[in-house]
Design a protein around this ligand. Structure first.
Ligand code: NDP
Length: 386
């Protein structure tokens, strides 16, 4: 029986992970489930999957969680420290699917156990790629990427040598506004941005898809995960979301990973790695008329992509600043304090300022140095005027 923990169990990735686990319950022992605000779902799943421990990140939800688990033997706890403690529980496999920089510290603690970590929380690699990779290596952990694009690259690279890789192409659906004229984007609302043409995901990542910040994060994530140079990675718009990524080799050949837009494929791949398992995603039928189209991802229309390139070239702590500023800009957009196009302006101003203050370089990245820059970037992003 595989002992597993799911961090961010109440979210979109977490629920898809539990969907797969629930199809073969005898194969898994659920150790820890975590959530934040959605205590009802957390308690319901903890009871259903007979988890050993349920943790909410929000200390104010502790009493509600305890009440919901009354009469069971499930341990319950609350707060960021309780998440890190829960990441210390021995497991064989851990899903890292908390949203945002909050996923970094529990993820690092999971790596310290030398276990297999399925990484959906792209912010960990964006904010602290060097630290994440060093921790993985030091503790002999295995990380299987669970972002669909990175799972696709990972799968295309099985049996290949990194020295033979020329380039990596990551596809982007283009999000809710891919066919909107530029002048309409300035007045786009959070409600409009939170609908996705192809994927069913959490609210924040769906808005990040519309602004291309999600793709920007993925470019940086790919650089860090696969040890690529900035000029080896490109994004291309592919509205059908059937090809998730392509890897080009030095002999001119390319491997493309094709599949339906359903996160359970990438999650199932990570759950069964290095084997494969039955996953109930739709099968593509190439006898039906269908098409795959591509167009350039224009960095003028999508300034988030230009900012990602800047971060990939600058390195150091610029990813931590980028991610933190992006999270605050997204909050401000959701709260209707700033417009859709202002999000990139906020992030650019934060990078400019911290660069001027020489806060982005570092010799050896530590959790403290990442957290320090994260706080600086958040403070400035909250107040910067557009
Ligand atoms: P959701 O918003 O759906 O879920 C986020 C999860 O994190 C929930 O369990 C939420 O709890 C929890 N959470 C929220 N805030 C905190 C916090 N401060 N501390 C601890 N836990 C917290 O997100 P997704 O599932 O969409 O995304 C999760 C991660 O996976 C993100 O990094 C995203 O970029 C990545 N990803 C997602 C994909 C998708 O298809 N959804 C695809 C590829 C990557 P609660 O709901 O109880 O408040």
């Amino acid at each position: 029986m595989k002992r597993i923990s799911v961090f961010g169990a109440t979210g979109s990735i977490g629920q898809n992970t539990l969907d797969l686990i629930g199809r073969d319950p005898d194969a898994y022992q659920v150790v820890v489930l975590t959530g934040a605000s959605n205590v009802d779902q957390l308690a319901k799943d903890a009871i259903r999957f007979r988890a050993e421990r349920a943790v909410t990140a929000d200390p104010h939800q502790y009493a509600a969680l305890k009440d919901a688990l009354a009469g069971t033997t499930i341990d319950c706890a609350a707060g960021p420290d309780a998440l890190i403690e829960a990441a210390d529980c021995p497991t064989d496999w851990t899903m890292s699917a908390i949203v945002g920089a909050a996923g970094l510290a529990p993820g690092l603690k999971s790596l310290e156990q030398g276990r297999t970590v399925a990484l959906a929380n792209k912010e960990s690699l964006v904010a602290a790629g060097a630290l994440w990779n060093a921790t993985t290596e030091k503790h002999g952990a295995t990380v299987v990427p669970t972002d669909s694009e990175h799972s696709a690259i990972f799968q295309a690279l099985i049996g290949e040598r990194m020295s033979d890789v020329e380039r990596v192409v990551i596809t982007a659906s283009g999000g809710a506004f891919r066919d909107w004229p530029m002048d309409k984007l300035a007045s786009a609302t959070p409600e409009q941005a939170a609908t996705h043409p192809n994927w069913d995901m959490g609210q924040r990542i769906t808005i990040d898809s519309a602004s291309m910040f999600n793709k920007a994060l993925e470019l940086i994530e790919a650089k860090e995960f696969f040890g690529l140079k900035a000029d080896q990675i490109e994004a291309v718009i592919h509205p059908e979301s059937l090809i998730h990524a392509m890897v080009g080799f030095r002999d001119g050949g390319m491997m493309a990973h094709v599949g339906p837009p359903d996160m359970r494929h990438a999650i199932g791949f990570a759950l069964s790695y290095p084997n494969r398992m039955d996953v109930p995603v739709a099968r593509l039928d190439f006898t039906q008329s269908s098409q795959m189209t591509f167009r350039p991802a224009d960095e003028t229309r999508h300034p988030a992509l230009a900012l990602a390139r800047r971060v990939m070239e600058c390195g150091g702590l610029s990813g931590a600043a980028f991610n933190a500023a992006k999270e605050v800009a997204l909050d401000r957009f959701i709260d209707k304090q700033i417009g859709f196009l202002d999000m990139a302006r906020v992030v650019e101003q934060v990078l400019d300022r911290l660069d001027r203050d020489q806060a982005l370089s570092c010799d050896a990245m530590t959790l403290d140095s990442v957290v320090h820059v994260d706080h600086l970037a958040r403070d400035y992003a909250k107040t910067v005027s557009i």
